[in-house]
Ligand binder design. Structure first.
Ligand code: HEM
Length: 293
């Protein structure tokens, strides 16, 4: 629904009627109600007095804030639902899409996959699950993830902005209140900033101090400024941990008859840039204790 074409967005005075006629408004209402019901269920499950105390999570913390009136304004269930919506909608699809892109690039570049696995299997020993603390030392894996952010930013145009003041960019006068899209996808492939931009080369980050925290405008997969992603570290941990676990515990192969050149990078239109064709791979369990099994 977020990317659907609503007439009312473009023709505010009459568009509302058209959206009613096309059925889009009622679909929006239905979607809203479904989500609302889902958030209500999560909240009610957490309010259940029989819920084990050991399972405390972000919803418990928010409910506790509400009970103790921790804010200068009353925190309502609607506020909590809004936070849940942010975490669930903005936090899950983005991280999952990024893991897909990391695996896609590694399957297309087997030498890089081998290097990442060698690093993991040398640095980490005897673990049944790789956790956040283990990631700190994995320089190569981090560079792989960073390089994936450069080539496949899941928010290729960031969130739309509006100009506050008149400004001039390359002889174009931009008026106040103009909608502005930042093409992060293009910036990440600009030969002015990146040598051999189309090549997947994590090593480039060993010779460069460019980072994605919003200070270096050549690489802004999480955006920059006041609107930048508030879940950046959470998202990064999701991607690095998922990739580390997949690469450490499994060896990956393409299905019979498929070559790495057959892996496409087509995308589905949407706010989050996801792979159009699912990546189908064969996972072979790798046992760190018996690496030759
Ligand atoms: C790898 C994972 C993620 C990526 C690549 C990502 C990327 C982005 C981008 C590009 C934006 C727009 C920033 C801008 O326009 O300057 C954004 C906004 C946002 N992200 Fe993330 N994100 C990720 C994970 C998360 C997670 C885990 C959460 C929450 C738990 C989250 C919550 C949000 C929210 C709430 C916004 C909207 C901020 C606003 O309205 O101004 N994101 N994210």
């Amino acid at each position: 629904m977020l990317i659907a074409f609503f007439f009312a967005d473009y023709f505010p005075f009459i568009g509302g009627w058209v959206d009613k006629l096309t059925g889009l408004s009622s679909r929006l209402e239905r979607t809203f109600n479904d989500l609302d019901e889902f958030y209500n269920k999560i909240i009610n499950d957490h309010l259940d007095p029989n819920k084990p105390q050991s399972d405390n999570d972000i919803v418990d913390v928010l409910l506790q804030f509400r009970k103790e009136r921790c804010f200068p304004f009353p925190l309502t269930l609607d506020h909590i639902k809004a936070v849940l919506m942010d975490v669930i909608l903005a936090g899950t699809d983005t991280s999952a899409a990024m893991v897909d892109w990391v695996m896609t690039e590694l399957l297309k570049n087997p030498t890089i996959m081998k290097k990442a696995q060698d690093e993991l299997r040398t640095v980490i020993r005897d673990k049944s699950f790789i956790e956040e603390d283990d990631i700190v030392e994995l320089e190569y894996l981090k560079a792989v993830v960073k390089e994936t952010f450069r080539l496949h930013p899941v928010g290729p145009l960031l969130l739309v902005r509006e100009t506050l003041n008149k400004c001039t960019i390359q002889d174009y006068d931009i008026l106040p209140k103009t909608l502005m899209f930042v093409n992060v996808w293009k910036i990440g492939r600009d030969p002015e900033f990146w040598k051999d931009p189309e090549i997947f080369m994590p090593e480039r980050f060993f010779e460069s101090s460019i980072d994605f925290r919003g200070q270096d405008f050549e690489l802004i997969p999480f955006g920059a400024g006041r609107r930048m992603c508030p879940g950046m570290f959470h998202g990064l941990a999701n991607v690095e941990m998922a990739a580390a676990n997949l690469l450490y515990f499994f060896n990956w192969e393409l299905p019979a008859g498929m070559k790495k050149e057959d892996i496409d990078i087509d995308v589905i239109p949407g706010i989050v840039m996801r792979k159009r064709n699912p990546l189908c791979l064969i996972a072979k369990k790798f046992s760190p204790s018996f690496p030759n099994d």
